[in-house]
Design a protein around this ligand. Structure first.
Ligand code: NAD
Ligand code: DAU
Length: 355
């Protein structure tokens, strides 16, 4: 069995579904079900005894330890986090609680559990921490992409909290020998992404006839990776990564935000044409995100060389599949656009006005 934290969120649920398509090894899924956690993502696994869901908080060290001792997993894959940069600007406290204190509590529980295993099990155990390229800060236009040796320079409360958790994971390996590994990944997109993030937000707003909010001049660059490719990278690192190592994963797809938005509009124009005109007419430039990082790009050379991983989806293939998924799953979007979602939209966009 493996323990997955945050397995009802975007990447976590894709990982759990993917894992159980590839193998019959049981998954114990620990998730607090915050606004971002959604059991609908896992509906396909209803009645599947290979998936056991536990609602709980990674900050509760004793409860996590009891869970580990009861189920004796051979690995922990740690996704659980507060993940949205804009929310971290409005309310950083939750990010410190879950991403820093929660990771600390999880590491403490893992250390206690791991220390009680026999020598063979201890050597085989893995703690795989899922982190982000945002810990490396912002690149200039001509800078080389982030490598695993790039110094940390987080710029938002979110990325600072993730950087902090990465340092704790590193320290638990270095000090206690916990067989921990970290993946720092670029922007993911794909099915089940909560519509607060750029790509699903633009698709949902476009179909609803609402403005497509582009922060600042839309010239910020992100390196987009299809979520299924990230799940493959995680499986590969779990299988063959060296304890104590960090692996960067990215899509090799650097794109300006405005180009991503126009690409989405063009696909929607083909797959779900409006009665008149293009979805691009809904683009609306709004005031920038405070402290907005200008450019991220990932050098995925190490994971390619050592673990033979590379993305299988191009941006063109992955984004088309993603738009089709959102068109086919409009009820999923409607279900998450609850009262709490609407008050977030109000807080982040209504007071922003137009640029
Ligand atoms: P998400 O916000 O969609 O999901 C987070 C999940 O964690 C939710 O199911 C939520 O209920 C759960 N959770 C939150 N706090 C918890 C707690 N205290 N205890 C237990 N569960 C808790 O996030 P995501 O986009 O799927 O990201 C998953 C991980 O990958 C995060 O660690 C994030 O930093 C990292 N990451 C994300 C991206 C991306 O583009 N989305 C890229 C690189 C790395
Ligand atoms: O780089 C990895 C990170 O990618 C992950 O660690 C984070 O969890 C994930 O949320 C993501 O962070 P970003 O801030 O890059 O993603 P987001 O989808 O929020 O924004 C992508 C870009 O689009 C960013 O430059 C901000 C911009 N944007 C975003 C929103 C929501 C807009 O222009 N308008 C918007 O309404």
């Amino acid at each position: 069995m493996i323990l997955v934290t945050g397995g009802a969120g975007f990447i976590g649920s894709n990982f759990v579904l993917d894992w159980l398509e590839q193998s019959d090894e049981l998954v114990l899924n620990l998730d607090k079900l915050t606004y971002a956690g959604n059991m609908d993502n896992l509906a396909r696994l209803e009645g599947d005894r290979r998936h056991q869901f536990v609602r709980g908080d990674i900050c509760d060290r004793d409860a996590v330890l009891a869970l580990l001792q009861r189920h004796t997993p051979r690995a922990i894959v740690h996704f659980a986090a507060e993940s949205h940069v804009d929310r971290s600007i409005h309310a950083p406290g939750d990010f410190i609680t879950t991403n820093v204190n929660g990771t600390f509590a999880l590491l403490e529980a893992a250390r206690a559990y791991w220390g009680g295993l026999d020598a063979g099990q201890r050597g085989a155990f893995r703690f795989l921490h899922i982190s982000t390229d945002e810990v490396y800060g912002s690149l200039g236009p001509g800078d080389p992409p982030f490598t695993e040796a790039t110094p940390y320079a987080p710029n938002s409360p979110y990325s600072a909290s993730k950087a902090s958790s990465d340092h704790l994971v590193r320290a638990y390996h270095h000090t206690y020998g916990l067989p921990a590994l970290t993946i720092n990944c670029s922007n993911n997109y794909g099915p089940f992404q909560f519509p607060e993030k750029l790509i699903p937000l633009v698709i949902a707003n476009a179909l609803a006839g609402k403005p497509l909010p582009v922060y600042g001049d839309g010239g910020q660059v992100r390196d987009w990776l299809y979520v299924g490719d990230h799940c493959r990278a995680i499986r590969r690192v779990l299988e063959a990564g060296r304890p104590g190592e960090v692996y960067n994963a990215g899509g090799g797809n650097e794109m300006k935000n405005i180009d991503v938005v126009h690409a989405l509009c063009a696909i929607l124009d083909t797959l779900a044409p409006k009665a008149q005109g293009s979805y691009a007419s809904q683009v609306s430039f709004v005031p920038d995100r405070p402290g907005h990082d200008r450019r991220y790009a990932v050098d995925a050379g190490k994971i390619g060389r050592e673990l033979a991983w590379c993305p299988l989806e191009t941006f063109a293939s992955g984004i088309r599949k993603t738009v089709q998924w959102y068109l086919d799953n409009q009820q999923w979007v409607a279900n998450v656009q609850t009262g709490a979602y609407m008050s977030w939209v109000e807080k982040n966009y209504v007071n922003r006005g137009n640029a």
